[in-house]
Design a protein around this ligand. Structure first.
Ligand code: ZN
Length: 198
């Protein structure tokens, strides 16, 4: 491994969330010193993921099949649609095993600060699913952040013209809290006691 390849690795790792140049250097040394047990299998796993993981065109989930396993699962309620910001929130809800419907991943939240408007999110595909499908309830499982709540407000407005019940997660989600950080019990409780907002 030449110096430039080491530098490339450090530079790429430093772009990961939670990483800076220092942790990227440490991780690089850690990987190189465990070439057989970590670096090589990790490189293979990353290549396999790059080759096989797709974004589900229906819901925005990540899977190796298209549509994803959740969209293909006939056992899951097609009448309940749970709207989340990111795939990490979908994973959190799946870990809690509290929800047996389908999902819709927005791909972020509205944010005036970051210049993210409705067109940057998967909102038109959500409206299409609500109008074309058998959806009777849309659960807005958005983070209790300012942007998350702004987005929930916008979506409940947009959905109010359709014959669909719009609910949101109840108490238990702390203000500023992100779903991914909630324990499974809290998330289940918030989902069970969700309330109508339209
Ligand atoms: Zn899907």
């Amino acid at each position: 491994m030449s110096q430039s390849e080491i530098d490339t690795l450090i530079q790429l790792l430093s772009r990961l969330p939670g990483f800076g140049p220092r942790s990227a250097r440490r991780a690089t040394l850690h990987l190189i010193s465990r070439r057989e047990t970590l670096l090589t299998p990790l490189a293979a796993a990353m290549q396999a993921a790059a080759d096989t993981v797709k974004v589900c065109e229906e819901c925005g989930n990540l899977d190796v099949t298209e549509p994803c396993a959740i969209c293909r699962d006939a056992e899951r309620e097609a009448t309940m649609l749970c709207v989340v910001e990111d795939v990490s929130d979908l994973w959190a809800l799946e870990r809690s095993a509290a929800f047996r419907g389908r999902y819709h991943v927005l791909g972020g939240t509205l944010s005036a600060l970051d210049g993210i408007g409705p067109d940057e999110l998967n909102i038109e595909s959500l409206i299409r699913r609500v109008t074309e499908g058998r959806v009777s309830e849309v659960i807005l499982a958005l983070n209790a952040t300012v942007d998350g709540q702004t987005t929930a407000h916008y979506l409940s407005d947009r959905l109010s013209e359709f014959d669909v019940q719009v609910t949101k997660l109840a108490h238990g989600v702390p203000v500023g809290g992100e779903l991914d950080y909630l324990d499974d019990g809290t998330l289940s409780a918030a989902l069970k006691s969700r309330r109508s907002i339209s």
